[in-house]
Write a protein that binds this ligand. Structure first.
Ligand code: SAM
Length: 206
């Protein structure tokens, strides 16, 4: 996935503005599900770091923000400073299927909106499992936040960014079976693949 500079700017503006409630919503779901409030969090395919920063806001987690795109990581660095998180956050350029981190150093691996772009799902899931500490949690997937506020937010986005919104950025669509196959191939058991009006979310623990 590569974006033009204007796209990166608008994506970042949208994520920090009209879309901010999406990240706050999932940060709370992640907290409630995993109960991980301290230690190291890895935000995979972080873009400008929106989900990890929303989580940092309500926990004591230290965050590593990983993305393959230097442009998105530049946004993440700005956002980390703007959120006052520079003392407990860092960016890392890399790919999910070969995470440049040691085994077992992550307490919580999170990701939103990046999973559909991962070409080799089994390699990505195996890498996430590798970097998790025993007992660590993975919560990865995507969605548009609270189903009750979605229409209103979409309306706001259309008004604010009419031209940008018209562009199609749909990633390749996958069904649950493909995610399940990837998880099994990565040797992960048990796991959950949940598809609902909150999006598609995968959960497992090492
Ligand atoms: C749609 S954006 C989502 C960004 C952010 N997580 C969010 O929720 O707004 C997808 C991000 O995933 C990154 N990405 C896609 N495939 C990746 C891979 N294999 N490894 C690392 N980053 C990846 C892209 O560079 C992009 O920043």
């Amino acid at each position: 996935m590569s974006m033009q500079p204007t796209d990166v700017r608008v994506y970042n503006e949208t994520a920090l503005g009209v879309n901010a409630p999406i990240y706050a919503y999932y940060a709370e779901r992640i907290d409630a599900r995993t109960g991980v409030f301290a230690g190291t969090c890895l935000d995979l395919g972080c873009g400008g770091g929106y989900l990890g920063l929303a989580l940092a806001r309500i926990t004591d987690l230290d965050c590593i923000f990983l993305d393959q795109s230097p442009e998105m990581l530049a946004c993440a660095e700005e956002n980390i400073k703007a959120f006052g998180c520079a003392h407990r956050a860092r960016t890392l350029r890399g790919q999910v299927q070969s995470i440049p981190l040691a085994d077992g150093c992550v307490d919580l691996a999170i990701s939103r909106g990046s999973l559909p772009f991962w070409e080799d799902l089994a390699a990505a899931f195996a890498e996430i499992r590798r970097v998790l500490r025993p007992g660590g949690h993975a919560y990865v997937g995507g969605g548009l936040g609270d189903p009750n506020t979605r229409a209103e937010m979409e309306e706001q986005r259309r008004k604010l960014y009419p031209e940008w919104r018209q562009k199609k950025r749909t990633p390749p669509q996958r069904d649950n079976r493909q995610y399940i196959e990837g998880l099994i191939k990565a040797g992960i058991d048990p796991f959950e693949v949940n598809r609902s009006d909150e999006g598609l979310w995968i959960f497992f623990q090492k």
